[in-house]
Write a protein that binds this ligand. Structure first.
Ligand SMILES: Cc1cc2nc3c(=O)[nH]c(=O)nc-3n(C[C@H](O)[C@H](O)[C@H](O)COP(=O)(O)OP(=O)(O)OC[C@H]3O[C@@H](n4cnc5c(N)ncnc54)[C@H](O)[C@@H]3O)c2cc1C
Length: 340
């Protein structure tokens, strides 16, 4: 039901490949494993001393981790309900996200195909409401199941209760103590494709008919041409969020920098492209020792080998400062920084 290790290396558990160690590492093979583990460890760990870790593709460790690292490793995918138009699929937290996407495409179910090849596990997908190519996880998430790590009770949240936003959800605020154990997705038997984002349509057309398999393959092709392969170069995808500013501020910036891409956001707000801002501030392709900014996408900070979490963090500070000095825009990190 669980495996417990001390002084366990996290190098395989973070896509920056940082050589850090977890003092206490718990792998949950079933959701009941948490209750069982608690019975053996009475009062030893408080909620502030717990870090939930999926695939570590959105985490930057600055030091060895003193906290209890809880790694969900439940791996099931099952159909839990069906109507004429939809299939409800429940995937356990430890399922590799892209294995789920591949499964849905193979079974002719639409909704996740634009989210192909995002690293990490299913359990983390609601946390930051993962998104790509005009789609977000919130468009298909029906239920999130979890365990409250404080009282051990099971919790079920419907879509509205998750308060999804741009790379945001209740799991980053009031529900940080919830270990997500599985997610139920509402998938379509009659997929409607979203192809208007970037070059997606062109890439699908190159492959032939517009169907689930080709949309997935097109997304994979585009991603592989732009993003570093985590097996070769350590990174956590987009290091910063795209800043959202008032429309008037965006207008002023646009006058000063006519080339600047802007996208309409909710309300009277405008989304700016963090990658463009960083590139204009001169960071694209920057390298110092083993840390750097990816040369094909300035939003991605990379570890070419032996950079430390602190090296990458300090680089991110410098980037934030120089973007602020040039544009007056504050960047916010998308990656979760674990400082202890
Ligand atoms: C090359 C690359 C490309 C990427 N592209 C995208 C992209 O296109 N779109 C996008 O949105 N993201 C992208 N990411 C970021 C990352 O893949 C996603 O955020 C992913 O969902 C993280 O999953 P994970 O399992 O690795 O989570 P982790 O990094 O392990 O954890 C992330 C956060 O979720 C929490 N968490 C993890 N599992 C659980 C759980 N079961 N219960 C409760 N909390 C949990 C952690 O405590 C942490 O706060 C990319 C990353 C890389 C390396």
């Amino acid at each position: 039901m669980f495996d417990f290790y001390q002084n366990h290396s996290l190098k395989q558990y973070n896509t920056f490949h940082l050589n850090v160690t977890s003092k206490n590492f718990l792998r949950l093979n079933t959701k009941e494993g948490w209750t069982l583990f608690c019975e053996t460890q009475k009062n030893k760990f408080s909620i502030d001393d717990i870090l939930i870790l999926g695939g570590g593709s959105n985490i930057l460790f600055l030091n060895d981790v003193e906290a209890l690292v809880v790694h969900p490793a439940m791996h099931g995918i099952q159909i839990v309900d069906e109507t004429a138009d939809h299939t409800m699929v429940e995937a356990d937290a430890g399922v590799i996200w892209d294995d789920l996407v591949e499964w849905t495409v193979r079974n002719g179910l639409g909704g996740l195909e634009n989210l192909s090849l995002i690293p990490g596990c299913v359990g983390a997908s609601p946390v930051q409401n993962i998104g790509a190519y005009g789609t977000e996880a919130k468009n298909t998430i029906s239920l999130v199941n979890g365990i409250d790590l404080i009282d051990g009770k099971t919790v079920e949240l419907d879509n509205a209760s998750c308060q999804f936003g741009y790379r945001n959800s209740i799991f980053k605020t009031s529900h940080k103590n919830l270990l997500i154990t599985s997610v139920v997705f509402k998938l379509s038997k009659h997929p409607e494709f979203k192809l208007s984002y970037g070059q997606l349509m062109t890439e699908v057309e190159k492959l032939g008919t517009v169907d689930l398999r080709n949309v997935r393959q097109a997304v994979i092709n585009i991603r592989q041409s732009k993003l570093p392969d985590v097996r070769e170069i350590g990174n956590a995808g987009s290091f910063f969020k795209n800043p959202v500013v008032d429309a008037e501020i965006a207008e002023q910036l646009k006058q000063a920098f006519p080339e600047m891409p802007v996208y309409k956001a909710a309300g009277n707000q405008t989304k700016l492209a963090a990658g463009w801002l960083i590139e204009q501030a001169g960071w694209k392709g920057y390298r110092s020792g083993d840390m750097g900014v990816y040369d094909k996408q300035a939003l991605v900070l990379v570890n070419y080998g032996n950079a430390t979490g602190r090296d990458i963090y300090e680089l991110s500070e410098k980037i934030m400062k120089s973007v602020f000095e040039k544009f007056g825009v504050e960047l916010e990190r998308e990656v979760n920084v674990v400082k202890e």
